[in-house]
Design a protein around this ligand. Structure first.
Ligand SMILES: [Fe+2]
Ligand SMILES: [Fe+2]
Length: 342
């Protein structure tokens, strides 16, 4: 899964020493380098780690890819909470696979960010100290089993909408990581929808549970696409650089249009009295998103912000002995190899 607009500043932005990309400091940019970069972007080509790139391009990517990576890792928590309570062996196996996929997505993305000169330790420090942002959607609780299905259907569904254009992102390592991620997100969306379809053929209580989960998640999923275009001044630069391909509002509209017929098949009502087909626009109209709530959660005041961060920090601390043992083992192997080669 993935973060919101990628335009959200980390609290570390501007602070020295934290999450700063290593740009190979240049007081003056050689115009030939800038021209070469612009030519690749204009030709819709790929920028690779060894290529020259403007500092601002590098910094934007470090922020975006690291926020994306954090979102994948923190996104394991709301559903991981249900692995031990899944209603059948089949559902448990599916959920374990999905949560493991999200961990893998985080690792691809940390690796992609490292190619820009930042280190994994820097990124994790920023997450664990609360300075880095991640998707606000993961700061809400998963109250029932239906939440797991709705997260797959809507949250992973929104993630696919956001991430497919990133397969064409101008930065090579990020674009390539997204190809596999998107294939796995498709499985996540389908497993969630299928779980809900099964529940909707069940008892009245099960159907009510699905509707309740849809009611609680719908608006938060619309907010996942980030602030309206008018309030996203960085988007224009992101589009110029070929990092962002489709605007927040256009992605949100695509998601609404794709989801309405799925909700009809499922037999649930999307909780928006203003949601209706607009013949003139050829799209669905929808109501107002509560951006005050969105920003409050982004800035740390969601129902689960503290719990999510505390869980990540504990997992990191509990894993210290594994990292130390792996490093010791690697050093011993290297020493042995050098001795044998001597
Ligand atoms: Fe993911
Ligand atoms: Fe996912």
């Amino acid at each position: 899964m993935y973060t919101q607009s990628f335009n959200v500043p980390d609290q570390s932005d501007g602070e020295p020493g934290i999450l700063k990309a290593v740009p190979g400091a240049r007081d003056k940019v050689d115009p030939a380098l800038q021209d070469g970069f612009d030519a690749v972007i204009d030709a819709d080509g790929k920028i690779e780690p060894r290529d020259w790139m403007p500092d601002a391009y590098r910094k934007t990517l470090v922020r975006q890819i690291s926020q994306h990576a954090h979102s994948e890792i923190v996104g394991m928590l709301p559903e991981g909470n249900w692995i031990s309570r899944a209603p059948s062996l089949k559902r448990k196996a599916i959920l374990v696979a999905k949560v493991q996929d999200e961990g893998g997505h985080g690792l691809y993305l940390y690796s992609a960010a490292e190619t820009l000169g930042t280190s994994r330790d820097q990124m994790l420090d920023a997450l664990h100290s609360g300075k880095a942002k991640y998707s606000s959607i993961f700061n809400y609780p998963t109250l029932t089993w239906a939440d797991v299905g709705v997260i797959g259907w809507l949250v992973d569904g929104a993630a696919i909408m956001n991430q497919i254009p990133l397969c064409r992102c101008s930065y090579g390592p990020y674009a390539r990581a997204m190809i596999r991620v998107c294939k796995e997100e498709s499985f996540h969306q389908r497993q969630g929808y299928e779980a809900l379809l099964t529940m909707m053929q069940g008892t009245a209580e099960q159907k009510a549970m699905v509707q309740d989960a849809v009611n609680r998640w719908w608006w938060k999923c619309l907010a996942m696409f980030g602030p309206p275009d008018a309030d996203s001044p960085n988007s224009v630069q992101g589009m110029r650089w070929g990092i962002k391909r489709i605007s927040n509002d256009d992605l949100r509209q695509k998601f609404v249009d794709a989801t309405v017929p799925q909700a009809e098949v499922l037999g649930v009502t999307l909780p928006d009295p203003d949601l209706k087909w607009n013949e003139t626009r050829g799209h669905h109209d929808y109501g107002q998103i509560d951006w005050d709530e969105f920003w409050a959660v982004v800035n740390g005041d969601g129902p689960c912000n503290k719990e999510r961060l505390a869980t990540r920090v504990k997992a990191w601390n509990d894993g210290a002995w594994v990292r130390e043992a792996a490093l010791t083992h690697a050093a011993r192997q290297q020493a042995r190899a050098m001795k044998e080669a001597a």
